[in-house]
Write a new protein. Structure first.
Length: 95
């Protein structure tokens, strides 16, 4: 998958993201439980709560993956934030 374009509202989006002060914070049970629930409901081996900043996607919570972050250029979430509707990746292994 090619790297995603930047959203038209990127400056405002990044400002709002930083205002939440979640980036690079400690693990929290509420987020971990949401990721675990998503993995269970979707019967998926990996579930993440991802926050996309200017250069990376950082995982606030993760199930089935040890990395804490990946480059934005390889992020499905960088594509998802461009959509108004659901962005579905049927099988990430194919991409």
């Amino acid at each position: 998958m090619p790297a995603a374009e930047l959203p038209a509202n990127e400056k405002e989006r990044l400002h709002a993201l930083r205002a939440y002060r979640l980036l690079d914070t400690e693990s929290e049970n509420a987020f971990n439980e949401l990721a675990e629930l998503a993995a269970e409901i979707c019967e998926a081996p990996i579930a993440l709560i991802s926050l996309v900043d200017d250069s990376r996607q950082w995982f606030k919570a993760r199930v089935g993956m040890s990395a804490q972050e990946t480059a934005r250029s390889v992020s499905f979430c960088a594509h998802a934030i461009l959509q108004d509707n659901l962005f579905l990746v049927a099988d990430a292994r194919d991409d």
